[in-house]
Design a protein around this ligand. Sequence first.
Ligand code: MG
Length: 457
Amino acid sequence: MLSLKHLFGTNGIRGLVNKELTPEMAIKVGNAIGTFFKRGELIVGYDARTSGPMLAKAVIAGLNSTGCNVLLAGMAPTPALQFAVRCHKPAGGVIVTASHNPPEYNGIKVIWNDGIEISHEHEIEIENVYFGEKAGFAEWNAIGTTRELPGIIDEYVDAVKKHVNVTAIARKHYHILIDGANSVGSLTGPRLARELGCKVSTINANIDGTFPGRPPEPRPETLGDLATTVKAIGADLGVAYDGDADRSIFVDEKGKIIMGDQTFALVTKYFLTDNPGENIVTPLSSSTIIKDVADKYHGQIVWTKIGSVTVAQTMKELKAKLGGEENGGIFYGPHQPVRDGAMTTALILNIMARTGEKLSTLIEELPEYFIEKAKIECKEELKQEVLQRLIEQTKGLKTNTLDGVKIWFKDKSSILIRPSGTEPIYRIYAEAKTSQKTRQLIREYSSKLKAIIKKLS
Ligand code: MG
């Protein structure tokens, strides 16, 4: 995953442990980050991966050598570490995590003093120090210190609870099943739910960095155990987190897995009921279901490029209070404008409690769409030219070209065609009111795209 020219990908630094991402490299990355932060104080944490403590120690050595003091928060979800940065106001933070990637990967995410991942411009500054060998080492008597920062999980869980009606939720005595992916979601999800008065059952709740329970990306195909168990034990809902617990996917009481778009639409509906006229920030890859709900409940959709950092930065710029992604990432600004699995869990319980409805009923009340995805091979060097031709062909249609090209049709169907940032492919997302129409759109635009690629090859 790592290239020779860049450290940072779409979401921090990621690589195969001890092959692409070695302790030596982590020290050097620590040096670059420490130089960038000019000897400020940084909070450091890691997720449950086997390589977490090793790489965190290396990053810390790198930071200390440039004079940075470190507050070691230990094992924690990404959103808990981000909240700690907002709370304790250091210069920034570093979390060693590869989020949803398989256990053999790890990564390094750098957090700015507002709790959001650093901007692309700041990433380039860190890369310039790293590749230009420009690290500023401290004299022997100015080397940074490291001390422990206990209690960030307590502060985080307490903060999440402030945004929901704890008494109303507790009165319902919900039974929730939590799938922590054998990672840090198990440190916060069960505890939060118990403090909200729920009966808590868990699967994959033992911390184990080999992720024996399921892959850390919560997708319908990896959540079979959660879905079956919710139904078997008669729970009111189930929730699964990704490897660093910033994303959450829910299961209703019938054992049906709810798509991330639907969860986001549900949160949007009740948020706009209380806050009409507010902006809802979401990438172009999100479903029209969000637009429908925003229109009906008097909200404004702000479309962004794809990527959680873009959503968070846009929310900050516009002082927006709600953002979301189709992958189960929900950003609740009054708490913090970053993806947050525990906050989302509390919001869903809050909606269930205020309406008194079952989760399946709440989802059934939302508009319904059918979604299909496809990918088409395309060489890296052709991608931009292909996109230009495609945009020319869509003149006269209702489009947005912020990230690839998204086309909205009169019958409420839509299609997004965009070059992948990491692979030699184009991705196509089609959506319509019937599955036939979705398939037809995929066929039509796949052949258009293939024809353009063939012509240019
Ligand atoms: Mg994640």
